[in-house]
Ligand binder design. Structure first.
Ligand SMILES: [Zn+2]
Ligand SMILES: [Zn+2]
Length: 337
């Protein structure tokens, strides 16, 4: 193993990204003896590891989502605290993606690698803001890695939702949201904008909201949509997983107006395809500008790109004089759906 050759000590094996001198995997997609988990989304936090190292918030979310299958042994590490694993130094730094999300900073023989997991640079009242860590190797996601993706200001999208609510006070506004992260961020942003009414939740969204509340993120009054009287939800905001907004579940809502909060709502065809009346461009992933700026700010000489649209970003990386490599990790999903 040579520290200068990153692919000699950080390798991809059958379970995913593996740190050889520390003998652990990062976000492995199959059960493994020692896993470091960047955040609790299901394509990063799989069940069944023997030992998991993550932030306390990520461990709490994993326990809520996976139950006893989460893992046998856990170790929590707060942001910024450094530990030694063999002769590797490791710490977790905020990634700004969802509650507890972390970049994994690994130092070995004077070289520093940062595995960012998923991240964003935009403001989010429910997570600690992204922290730039200067490094030699930066591993980045590429979910929205095309110049066409510019997420814009999420606050403006929240205003759009509130405006529609004033315009159509007789319609239940059902908003499709990803259950971990987007749901709580949208609620917190509505509260920041002064919306104090109860917000109604599909049952699948309740457990993650409870973890956020326990971790000190206040979400205001939340009610279960399933047990609420139908007429009470007229003119209310109802949040549901994307799959539920068009199925039988939403049919009992009074005169439902369908909205969807996702970075993909920038693509009009996607909104039409899902019959979304009110597309809201709100993303928990970095857009093109954030990705290229972040790569620049880390000062890394080598960039590895995971799950997403790697080609355009690799081209950009190479054209700015850096070494770029596509990391073929299996099992990553398009989680901003
Ligand atoms: Zn994620
Ligand atoms: Zn991901």
């Amino acid at each position: 193993m040579k520290a200068d050759q990153f692919d000699s000590w950080l390798t991809v094996d059958a379970r995913g990204l593996y740190c050889r001198p520390g003998d652990f995997h990062i976000d492995p997609h199959a059960a493994t003896p020692r896993a470091v988990i960047t955040h609790a989304h299901s394509d990063h936090a799989r069940p069944g590891h023997e030992h998991v190292l993550a932030t306390p918030e990520t461990l709490a979310l994993m326990a809520a989502r996976l139950g006893s299958a989460a893992s046998a042994g856990t170790q929590s590490l707060v942001y910024g605290e450094a530990i030694s694993i063999g002769d590797v130094r490791l710490r977790l730094v905020p990634a700004g993606h969802v509650l507890g999300s972390a970049q994994v900073v690994i130092e070995w023989k004077g070289r520093r690698a940062v595995i960012s997991g998923d991240y964003k640079r935009a403001a989010d009242p429910t997570t600690a803001p992204y922290e730039v860590v200067p490094c030699d190797l930066f591993v980045t996601e590429a979910t929205f890695a095309l110049p066409v993706f510019s997420h814009g200001d999420a606050k403006g999208e929240v205003s759009k939702l509130l405006k529609s609510l004033r315009q159509f006070p007789d319609r239940a506004h059902v908003v499709g949201v990803y259950g971990l992260g987007k749901c709580q961020r949208l609620i917190a942003m509505l509260r920041e904008a002064g919306f104090a009414e109860p917000i109604y939740l599909h049952g699948a969204l309740a457990s993650c909201c409870e973890v956020y509340e326990r971790c000190g993120v206040s979400l205001g009054t939340l009610k279960a949509a399933t047990s609420a009287p139908r007429e009470e939800m007229r003119g209310a905001i109802v949040l549901a997983p994307p799959t539920a907004i068009l199925d039988r579940w939403s049919r009992r809502l009074p005169d439902a107006l369908t909205a969807f909060a996702s970075g993909w709502m920038r693509v009009r065809a996607r909104a039409r395809q899902r019959s979304v009346e009110l597309p809201l461009v709100i993303s928990d992933h970095a857009d093109w500008g954030e990705l290229t700026r972040t790569i620049e700010e880390t000062g890394a000489e080598e960039i590895w790109v995971t799950h997403g649209r790697e080609d355009a970003l690799l081209y950009h990386i190479q054209s700015t004089g850096r070494r770029g490599r596509s990391l073929a990790l299996i099992g990553r999903e398009d989680e901003d759906q």
